[in-house]
Design a protein around this ligand. Structure first.
Ligand code: ZN
Length: 160
């Protein structure tokens, strides 16, 4: 079976930035499971895996426009310090979570005032070329329930 729409793909991946720093990896835990063809992963990632088989290793390099987008200069926002969660004392460069109307959002602290903090709402990987090293473990047809939910269930997928 090769990866195509409506497959559940189980894989291990390591994600690196342009300087070859490891950003994250599934290697120390469960493999990730996702439903292919339903925009659960970034588009360039799913496109590169299309047609691949279990056991294959795939190296995927994605420019910003196929990954987390360009950095936006207007993405700095001033928010009350009490709206940040994740730490008690804030310093430039720390990552925080801000609860917005669109849900929780990861931001980077730019400038700390007494009551207000300037945060950069760009994704931490915005403007960066990133590389995934992927090992495909298993491919199976999605169940009717998974298709109805639009995501994979079980180990590495949604647990509910
Ligand atoms: Zn579900």
């Amino acid at each position: 079976m090769n990866i195509s729409k409506d497959c559940v793909v189980q894989l291990h991946y390591s994600l690196f930035d342009e300087q070859d720093n490891l950003i994250e990896s599934t290697k120390s835990g469960d493999a990730l499971a996702y439903l292919h063809g339903h925009n659960n992963m970034i588009p360039g990632f799913e496109k590169a895996l299309e047609g691949k088989a279990a056991g294959e290793h795939v190296s995927i390099t994605l420019p910003p426009e196929q990954a987390y987008g360009a950095r936006r200069a207007d993405a700095i926002q001033r928010v009350p310090v009490k709206h940040l969660s994740g730490a008690k004392v804030w310093k430039k460069g720390m990552t925080a979570v801000v609860h917005t109307e669109q849900g929780p959002r990861q931001v980077t602290v730019e400038k700390v005032g007494r009551f207000m903090v300037d945060v950069d709402t760009n994704h931490p990987l915005a403007g960066k070329t990133i590389r995934f090293e992927v090992d495909i473990q298993d491919i199976r047809a999605a169940t009717a329930e998974e298709l109805a939910h639009g995501h994979a269930h079980g180990v590495g997928g949604h647990q509910h």
